[in-house]
Design a protein around this ligand. Structure first.
Ligand code: KG4
Ligand code: ZN
Length: 334
């Protein structure tokens, strides 16, 4: 089954064609980072206007890269939430128009669940991903940090979530405090390479809970920067970035492994933009007693291949949507 996936929940306009939920025929992502970085973050109105300009060329490109015609597409999957309203509307309406015009089945996909499905996509290093349920999924993106027990396709239990800032949001805000630019995750990771994680920063363990909290860490970072004049000293700046990254990674790794043990998971699946972080992946690989799966960085950040993969498993379960499919900006994972 060849699925066209469409993703416009945030600041990436993306379309992809994926066969049977794992083989990527094309994967086109038009990033708006250059446009938003001058404002230090995403401007929703600018994002939706940009989606309108790029959605048709991006979908056409996905078809031409895959060298397929419309007749070869078997279904359309589109992100309907969570995300920015104006952005989601562009993707959902494009998908509905295509489904109507081409008489194709349509399915609406939860963006957070789609992130998990990036682990089903085969890549040169993961030809045949063997995924065994139950698995413990850590979804860490710009807007969410969820710990999810996945017992099967469509069987998700959210064990914990962030009580304040998401992990990616914490990276973005820390990068702003450190004047490192947007998006913050890659900027902090780069700056941290030249540093040592020697500075004391707090970790919110929230014992007896699978929730996360990163706002205290952000505030502690802000106080450290004011107190030590970090911005004026490049070596201290690198140590600060490394210490911040280490604090986030410590909590994500320890709490995920703890939950995986508690719920007797067979595997740990990482996903979302923050899973592109090398320290996070290495730490998981070095300290987990369970097999770790993590998509390559370009499939961790927002893309439509993961939407098509998730959509395939929805079609398999007969989950179709009609032309009344609406956006749900505050959708949760479970
Ligand atoms: O999943 P994603 O592309 O979009 C959302 O659904 O939000 O995640 C974007 C987030 C941003 O906050 C970005 O700073 C973070 O992922 N991120 C990273 C890295 N690459 C992206 N965080 C840490 N290290 C990275 N290498
Ligand atoms: Zn995302």
């Amino acid at each position: 089954m060849r699925i066209l996936g469409i993703e416009t929940s945030c600041d990436e306009t993306a379309a992809a064609i994926v066969v049977d939920g794992h083989s990527i025929m094309s994967n086109v992502v038009a990033s708006q980072i250059d446009i938003h970085s001058r404002y230090g973050g995403i401007v929703p109105e600018v994002a939706s206007r940009q989606h309108l300009l790029t959605i048709v060329p991006v979908i056409s490109r996905a078809l031409s890269d895959a060298a397929v015609a419309w007749e070869n597409i078997d279904g359309v999957a589109v992100t309907y939430g969570p995300g920015l309203s104006g952005s989601l509307l562009v993707g959902v309406n494009a998908a509905k128009a295509i489904a109507f015009a081409r008489q194709l089945p349509l399915t609406g996909v939860n963006h957070l669940e789609a992130h998990i499905y990036a682990n089903w996509l085969s890549t040169p290093s993961h030809e045949n991903n063997q995924i065994t349920f139950p698995c413990l999924c850590l979804v860490v993106s710009g807007g969410h940090s969820d710990l999810v027990l996945m017992k099967g396709h469509g069987q998700l239990d959210r064990l914990g979530h962030t009580r304040d800032d998401a992990a990616g949001e914490a990276f973005d805000k820390a990068a702003r405090i450190l004047h490192l630019g947007y998006p913050g995750g890659p900027a902090i990771e780069k700056a941290a390479r030249a540093g040592t994680p020697r500075l004391p920063l707090p970790r919110a363990w929230l014992k007896d809970s699978h929730d996360f909290s990163f706002s205290g860490l952000k505030t502690a970072l802000w106080h450290l920067v004011q107190r030590e004049n970090v911005l004026a000293d490049p070596s201290l700046l690198a140590d600060t970035a490394a210490s911040f990254q280490n604090a986030v990674v410590d909590v994500l790794v320890a709490k995920t492994i703890h939950a995986a043990r508690e719920f007797k998971a067979r595997q740990i699946l990482l996903s979302g933009g923050v899973a592109a972080n090398r320290l996070l992946t290495e730490r998981f690989l070095n300290s987990s007693p369970l097999p770790i799966l993590v998509p390559p960085p370009h499939l961790c950040t927002d893309n439509a291949a993961m939407v098509a993969a998730c959509g395939y498993y929805r079609f398999q379960r007969g989950l179709l949507d009609g032309y009344d499919l609406d956006i749900v900006p505050s959708l949760t994972i479970a």
